[in-house]
Design a protein. Structure first.
Length: 141
């Protein structure tokens, strides 16, 4: 259909065309949002699985290494209770830092479908521009 054909369409045809295009746009945007959310949930599930697996494997190794650190400090003349307190305090501090960073990564804000929102804003701007263009063409005619 050429531009000249568009100018000869009646108002009801134009309104019908707008509604059909809007319906198709909403359907497409809905599919995009579902796909993007599915990708983000899959990514989050994979990350959580890796986090749990890593924690399970790291715990026994960490206990052995911490016992070795305490033993080394005791061997070098530090009292056993001070050595255990020092090593435990350092581990506690590092653990809190890691928990805070991990919680930040799992925030709900990371699940927002950014691409879909950006596309919806683009579509709204395009629709506004098209309406403005139609208004200018009507005034010129």
């Amino acid at each position: 259909m050429t531009y000249a054909d568009h100018t000869r369409r009646s108002v009801p045809e134009l309104i019908g065309s707008v509604f059909s295009q809007l319906t198709e746009l909403m359907r497409t945007e809905g599919m995009l949002a579902r796909t993007e959310m599915s990708e983000k949930m899959s990514h989050m599930g994979t990350g959580l699985g890796l986090l749990v697996s890593g924690a399970i494997l790291a715990m026994p190794a960490l206990v052995v290494l911490l016992e070795a650190a305490v033993a080394a400090l005791v061997e070098n003349g530090m009292a056993p209770y001070w050595a255990a307190l020092l090593v435990g305090g350092i581990c506690l501090l590092l653990g809190i830092i890691l928990l805070l960073v991990g919680a930040n990564w799992l925030r709900i804000g990371n699940l927002v479908p950014d691409k879909t929102l950006q596309q919806l804003q683009y579509d709204a701007n395009a629709a506004r521009n098209q309406v403005r263009t139609s208004d200018v063409e009507k005034r010129a005619a």
